[in-house]
Design a binder for this molecule. Structure first.
Ligand code: GTS
Length: 250
């Protein structure tokens, strides 16, 4: 396993026997001002263990970059994976694995939800949160179709996938076009937008003109890619060189 590690500051607040973790600057400021409890600072990075592919972790990396959070990455080679020990140690026998202090998560969408909840990308109320869940589930449905094509039927199914892509994109276009903010839900970016953005980047690699008749989708891609910290991530060599998929197809 290789590792490139940078840490971010984590704030811990202890109140009697109960303990809570706060990491966003907003939360830190609020607590510093309003909370007279004893405060301890420790270094505890977010850690991602995954293969050296963008795969299911592009959106997560973009969210963390956008929120100015650091990520320690443990890259697992396919050879190491083949030995079986790492697989056996994973809750559901698969990567990615994400660690936030003591919290260990598997399932990429659970990770997005966790980060959305922590960093203000999960809507302003319960109804928005539920609608964001619905959007993200639909992004996942489309991602699964993409993954199936890439891993199981690239040679025979790629052209058909591209041909059908407008039908798949149409509902997302309508949703974005209807919402004045240009995001899927409400007036601010949510984890579902980052997830859709990441998938659309893959589609543009598959078929560079696929968004030509989808102005709202194109606008989401352009404005998300232009967010300064996301732009920096997209332009960084390590990220750029990382293959999209584990079998080299894209
Ligand atoms: N639902 C899981 C998630 O969203 O995290 C799927 C995870 C998954 O399919 N992991 C693949 C894996 O571990 C790698 S990748 O498809 O995400 O690149 N494959 C190895 C194995 O032995 O299953």
């Amino acid at each position: 396993m290789q590792g490139a590690s940078v840490t971010h500051q984590k704030l811990r607040v202890y109140k009697g026997a109960s303990r809570a973790h706060f990491t966003s600057l907003q939360e830190q400021r609020a607590l510093t001002v309003f909370n007279p409890l004893k405060i301890y600072y420790t270094m505890a990075p977010y850690t991602l263990t995954y293969f050296a592919v963008k795969g299911r972790c592009g959106a997560l990396k973009m969210m963390l970059a956008d929120y100015g959070q650091q990520l320690k990455e443990n890259l697992v080679t396919f050879e190491q994976w083949g030995q079986g020990d790492i697989k056996a140690s994973c809750l559901f026998g698969q990567l990615p694995k994400f660690e936030d202090g003591d919290l260990v998560l598997y399932q990429s969408n659970a990770m997005l939800r966790h980060l959305g909840r922590k960093h203000g990308a999960y809507g302003k109320n319960d109804c928005e949160a539920s609608r964001i869940d619905m959007m993200n589930d639909s992004v996942e449905d489309l991602r699964l179709k993409y993954i199936k094509m890439i891993y199981q039927e690239y040679e025979t199914g790629k052209e058909a996938f591209i041909k059908d892509l407008p039908n798949q994109l149409k509902p997302f276009e309508a949703i974005l076009a209807k919402n004045k903010s240009g995001f899927l839900v409400g007036d601010q970016i949510s984890f579902a937008d980052y997830n859709l953005f990441d998938l659309l980047l893959n589609f543009k690699v598959l078929s560079s003109s696929c968004l030509d008749s989808f102005p709202a989708l194109k606008s989401l891609v352009d404005k998300t890619a232009a967010r300064p910290k996301i732009k920096a991530l997209l332009e960084c060599d390590t990220f750029k060189k990382m293959p999209i998929n584990g079998n080299g197809k894209q």
